[in-house]
Design a protein around this ligand. Structure first.
Ligand SMILES: [Mg+2]
Length: 218
């Protein structure tokens, strides 16, 4: 799937790529509606009906990933609630082996995420993955989400990389599309970002179910 000889930099997404998206899905689809319902005196069903379109309208925008934004508009302590549910934060199968292999190689490895710094800190604390990366970039620091093609320009200014020799692995197809538009050549998607959901059909990009598929030749 990948000729590792052609790669010198690996950009890795966090949620749904290295970490099980079940945490985030459960958090936003079940836990937040439950807490919102309690606070507003609503049934959980009504809370879900009210929140779903509000979440939908923010998808792909930086605010969607911003804990402060949601804390403000929902009047809930989103960071605190995440910490409360943090037992569900989990690394996807074979990720650690893959990261160990990368660490033994001469490749530059960057974690590039849309996650808010608070969320990122909580996840690094829970998973202990931080030492595997040469750098960790949150799109909040650059002011644009990864779905925006200009994001990659800003990233490249901060962390120089050769588009021809860079591999991006990300479960979000909009992100892969913006990276393709920018010119990153090697792009891979993830077909099982959430361990509790069925495998997704990915047609526009090569997709891995787990990282064993990428370890050949590494
Ligand atoms: Mg992701």
């Amino acid at each position: 799937m990948i000729n590792w000889k052609e790669i010198d930099t690996v950009l890795l997404d966090m949620d749904g790529t290295l970490l099980d998206l079940n945490f985030d899905n459960h958090f936003w689809k079940e836990f937040v509606p439950l807490k919102f319902a309690e606070q507003q005196g609503l049934s959980t069903t009504t809370a879900k009906q009210q929140l779903e379109p509000r979440f939908k309208s923010m998808e792909g925008k930086l605010e969607w990933y911003c804990l402060d934004y949601w804390s403000e508009v929902l009047q809930l302590d989103i960071a605190g609630l995440k910490a409360e549910l943090s037992g569900l934060i989990a690394v996807l199968p074979h990720v650690t082996e893959f990261l160990e292999k990368l660490q033994q190689s001469s490749l530059k490895v960057l974690l590039v995420t849309n996650a808010h710094r608070d969320s990122l800190a909580l996840k690094m604390e829970k998973t202990c993955l931080q030492p595997f990366f040469d750098g960790i970039i949150s799109s909040h620091d650059l002011g644009l989400p990864k779905e925006h093609a200009v994001f990659w320009d800003l990233l490249q200014q901060q962390q120089p990389f050769d588009k021809q020799k860079t591999l991006l692995i990300d479960d979000n197809l909009k992100v892969l599309n913006s990276a393709r538009l920018f010119g990153i050549v090697h792009l891979i998607s993830v077909s099982k970002p959430d361990s509790k959901q069925p495998k997704k059909n990915v047609s526009d990009f090569p997709a891995i179910e787990d990282f064993r598929e990428l370890m050949i030749g590494l």
